[in-house]
Design a protein around this ligand. Structure first.
Ligand code: SAH
Ligand code: MG
Length: 215
C-alpha cells in the first residue's frame, strides 16, 4: 500500500475514534522536542488499550515502561472512579518528565509512577491486577511475563507491545538464539499463544501488540 494511503487510513481512524486532546498533544509535543516521538504507542493503539480496559472493567492496572506517560494517560482515562494505574520507569529523566506532564491532567490522582528498574520494583508489587501492559526493555519481557502470570487475575489481560520486535520475530533468517531479545520475544509470544491458558491474539498494529485474556 502506498504510504499516502496508509497515512490517510491512519488519520481517518484517529480522527474518528482516537482524537487527542490537549494533554495528550502536550505529551506528544514533549516527546517530539526530545527526539523521542514514535517510541510511545500511537493514538490508535492508545485507544485500543483504552477500549480493552473498559471491556475488562479494569480498576487496577500496571504498566511496565512509562516513557513520558503517553500510554499511561490513555489507560488512566479508561479507569472508573477509584481505579489506579501503577507505571514503572527506570530512567529518572523519563520518570520526572512523565510526572510533570501527568500532574497537569485530570487523572493525576489515579496514576502512580514508580522510578527504578522494573525488575526490582516488581518484587515489592503484588496483584491481583486486572491488566498488565508490558512495554519496556524487550530482553526482559519473559521476566515481566513471569510476574504478570502470577499477578494478573483470571479474566484479566496481559498485553505486550512491540511484539513483532521490529520485524525480527518473523524473520526466518534469524535463529531463536541470534539475540537475547529475539529469544525473549519469540518465547513471550509462544507462551501467550497457549490456548489452555489464554484467549489471545497478536493485534497487527504497526509494531505488533499481543493481547492475552487470562482464562
Ligand atoms: N509505554 C510508553 C513507551 C515506553 S518506552 C508509551 O507508549 O507511551 C520504554 C520505556 O521503558 C523507556 O522509557 C525506558 O526508559 C523504560 N525502561 C527500559 N528498561 C526498563 C526497566 N528495566 N525498568 C523500567 N523501565 C525500563
Ligand atoms: Mg511500545
Amino acid at each position: 500500500m502506498r504510504s499516502a494511503e496508509l497515512d490517510s487510513r491512519e488519520k481517518y481512524m484517529r480522527d474518528l475514534f482516537a482524537a487527542e486532546d490537549e494533554a495528550l498533544l502536550r505529551i506528544r509535543q514533549a516527546l517530539r522536542e526530545d527526539g523521542k516521538e514514535g517510541i510511545n504507542v500511537g493514538a490508535n493503539e492508545g485507544r485500543i488499550l483504552q477500549v480493552l480496559l473498559k471491556m475488562t472493567g479494569a480498576r487496577r492496572v500496571i504498566e511496565i515502561g512509562t516513557l513520558y506517560g503517553y500510554s499511561t494517560l490513555w489507560m488512566a482515562r479508561a479507569l472508573p472512579e477509584g481505579g489506579k494505574i501503577t507505571t514503572l520507569e527506570a530512567m529518572p529523566d523519563h520518570a520526572s518528565r512523565a510526572r510533570e506532564l501527568l500532574e497537569q491532567t485530570e487523572c493525576a490522582d489515579r496514576i502512580e509512577i514508580i522510578e527504578g528498574d522494573a525488575r526490582a520494583s516488581l518484587k515489592n508489587i503484588r496483584g491481583p491486577f486486572d491488566v498488565a501492559f508490558i512495554d519496556a526493555d524487550k530482553a526482559n519481557y519473559l521476566h515481566y511475563l513471569d510476574w504478570a502470570e502470577e499477578n494478573v487475575r483470571p479474566g484479566g489481560l496481559i498485553i505486550g507491545d512491540n511484539t513483532y520486535l521490529f520485524g525480527k520475530v518473523f524473520d526466518a533468517n534469524l535463529a531463536d538464539d541470534s539475540e537475547p531479545s529475539v529469544t525473549a520475544m519469540r518465547t513471550f509470544n509462544r507462551r501467550l499463544a497457549d490456548k489452555s491458558k489464554y484467549a489471545s491474539v497478536l493485534v497487527p498494529t504497526s509494531e505488533g501488540m499481543t493481547v492475552a485474556f487470562k482464562i
